[in-house]
Design a binder for this molecule. Structure first.
Ligand SMILES: [Zn+2]
Ligand SMILES: [Zn+2]
Length: 467
């Protein structure tokens, strides 16, 4: 019986994870991630699949990050009618992530069509709209961690905890043939130990083939323990000046992590009792999913919930849903903390807060996430003297603080430790995906030095696995 993996997306780059597992006649899709990049590339790459979506026997979604799940509504639009398996928390998160992604696309295309109309160019459509996104939800089927499920003839699926974001999994496939069982594990993305809320990544036993991410294949992170100290210093400096603290943050996981540390600092009285506003409708919805899924947290966070010290419901925190309430924050005087999305400062309510606060040297902007090139977030991080917001120049006078320790991805040291732990005696080969070429290459070299067979597949490469 042939077992083949075709690496369809998220290879040689980070976004757009999508792989096909072929077992005999069965076609199993692993992840349906959105490729994020410039607009034309975004539409061209995400609308084409190197297979017919209606031929798939099932799909498996590793976690709710949009670069792993966000192209699923397109898949459904193009004919997918089978089941897509994910963990219960991932399903709960996708209920908000898919429609939000549809809405962002609708807004983007509205803007493009306005320009196209003026220039006499043809009208364009989003990959999917909010309604398509909602339709796609009915194909989702949940599977609890550690429960085995037969998903195709001779193929069983088990989810192990990836410790990356809430609900994240390492989908593990056991393929039974006459020669025995072949185990394939997909650690994309892989978290790191000691992340707030999350259990540490699990290592499934007896892995024969490991597919692993390499976002930080050649880089290390500052330890998570440094976050509280750095955060408290920046906040206390700003409080003394009577300024506002603006934190651009991704709605999923990062916003809740920031709240975790802020609540801890408040409990320990390391920062003053100042109001905290979470001003992003998506972040507010995602936080409600965190609250209803706390049974999946690590022991430390479960204990906080049991003792009613829930870091997400601190009396200092206000969740802002409506626009008027959001606007009223501008009139309020500091000190205060505002957490808002988008994380890269490219769209969303964060733009208003930056516009209103960036020129005041009493204020502080705390950068807690990766800022891709050409984004407003990157320009602020680089301390460019003037930045454009809503088409107008604003002198950048607020203090800018960067916290490097935040990352939900395993750093190079932990990736190697993880692969080493998978090695004996079963591991036959490691496939490195989900990384910029130099990061994947750095990890490949390290894995090779451990005397483990390893490759960095190129896009649409097919690997034949020995059963
Ligand atoms: Zn991820
Ligand atoms: Zn990813």
């Amino acid at each position: 019986m042939a077992i083949i993996i075709k690496f369809c997306g998220g290879v040689g780059t980070v976004p757009g994870s999508m792989h096909l597992l072929l077992v005999d006649k069965a076609k199993i899709l692993i992840d349906a991630g959105l490729f994020q990049g410039r607009r034309d590339e975004f539409y061209a790459i995400n609308s084409g699949f190197p297979f017919n979506p209606s031929d798939l026997d099932c799909a498996v979604i590793s976690h709710a990050h949009i670069d792993h799940s966000g192209n699923f509504p397109t898949l459904v639009k193009k004919g997918f009618r089978a089941k897509a398996y994910l963990t219960p928390s991932t399903r709960d998160l996708c209920r908000f992530m898919f429609p939000d992604s549809g809405h962002i696309q609708e807004e983007d295309i509205k803007y493009v069509n306005k320009i196209n109309k003026k220039r006499g160019r043809p009208r364009r459509w989003p990959l999917y709209n909010k309604q398509d996104a909602e339709k796609a939800l009915k194909y989702l089927r949940t599977l609890q961690y550690h429960k085995k499920l037969s998903i195709a003839k001779g193929t069983e699926l088990t989810f192990f905890d990836a410790g990356h974001i809430l609900g994240s999994s390492i989908p593990t496939f056991d393929i039974h043939t006459k020669k025995g069982t072949t185990r394939i594990a997909y650690a994309v993305d892989l978290g790191r130990p000691n992340l707030p809320y999350l259990r540490d990544p699990e290592i499934p036993k007896g892995i024969n083939y490991l597919i692993i991410e390499s976002t930080y294949g050649g880089r290390r992170h500052a330890p998570m323990q440094t976050v509280e100290e750095e955060l408290s210093k920046a906040i206390n400096r700003t409080v003394k000046r009577g300024g506002k603290i603006i934190i651009p943050s991704f709605a999923l996981e990062r916003s809740q992590e920031v709240l975790f540390f802020l609540s801890s600092l408040l409990r320990k009285r390391k920062i003053k009792n100042i109001p905290i506003f979470v001003d992003s409708p998506l972040a507010v919805n995602i936080t409600s999913v965190f609250k209803s899924n706390w049974q999946y947290f690590d022991a430390e966070s479960k204990e906080l919930f049991r003792k009613e010290l829930d870091p997400l419901s601190n009396r200092n925190i206000t969740y802002v849903r409506n626009v008027d309430q959001s606007k009223s924050l501008n009139k309020k005087r500091g000190p205060m903390i505002i957490i808002s999305a988008s994380g890269t400062c490219e769209n969303g309510r964060i733009l208003h807060h930056l516009k209103n606060n960036i020129e005041n040297p009493h204020n502080t902007i705390i950068i807690v996430g990766y800022m891709p090139k050409n984004t407003l977030g990157r320009k602020i991080l680089e301390k460019q003297p003037t930045v454009n917001i809503f088409g107008r120049p604003h002198p950048s006078r607020a203090e800018v603080v960067r916290l490097d320790a935040f990352s939900a991805h395993a750093g190079s040291d932990y990736l190697i430790k993880y692969i080493r732990a998978c090695k004996a005696p079963s591991l036959r080969k490691v496939f490195i995906v989900h990384g910029d070429p130099e990061q994947s290459e750095a990890l490949r070299k390290k894995v090779k030095s451990l005397d483990i067979r390893v490759s960095v597949p190129h896009k649409n490469e097919e690997a034949y696995l020995a059963a």
